[in-house]
Design a protein around this ligand. Structure first.
Ligand code: THU
Length: 130
């Protein structure tokens, strides 16, 4: 199954009763293992978590540390755009040239990269004097 089809499948499990906007994400780690995540909302709205964050948390819990590819899908008019927080979370574990596949449930696909999604990102090098 392609990464986007894996993301499409896990999207069905999203808990999104407040926004009604279900999102699925699939991360392929450098080892080849694929990890999935979906958004999990909460009645205390700020406590909700994004699909990408869930997939990354699963990857770390599974013992992998580097993202080789990532796909995100939602029922949106345009391929869904990861939020700023998720861009930073992805950048923590991915090189700038890692491909990010963004898709709509009706089949529109946009391929971009981590570096294009978050240019000039804050990284550990800025903390070299700490
Ligand atoms: N959401 C994600 O899971 N990932 C994104 O890239 C965009 C937004 C979720 C958060 C919230 O549960 C819902 O979509 C509406 O913002």
């Amino acid at each position: 199954m392609s990464l986007i089809e894996t993301a499409r499948a896990v999207r069905e499990n999203a808990h999104a009763p407040y926004s009604k906007f279900k999102v699925g994400a699939a991360v392929q780690a450098a080892s080849g293992t694929v990890y999935v995540g979906c958004n999990v909302e909460n009645v205390a709205y700020p406590e909700g978590t994004c699909a990408e964050g869930g997939a990354i948390a699963a990857m770390i819990a599974g013992g992998d540390t580097r993202i080789a590819a990532i796909a995100v899908i939602a029922d949106s008019p345009q391929p869904v755009s990861p939020c700023g927080g998720c861009r930073q979370k992805i950048a923590e574990f991915a090189d700038g040239d890692v491909v990010v596949t963004l898709a709509t449930t009706d089949g529109t696909v946009l391929e971009t990269t981590v570096g294009k999604l978050l240019p000039g990102s804050f990284d550990a090098a800025y903390m070299s004097r700490a």
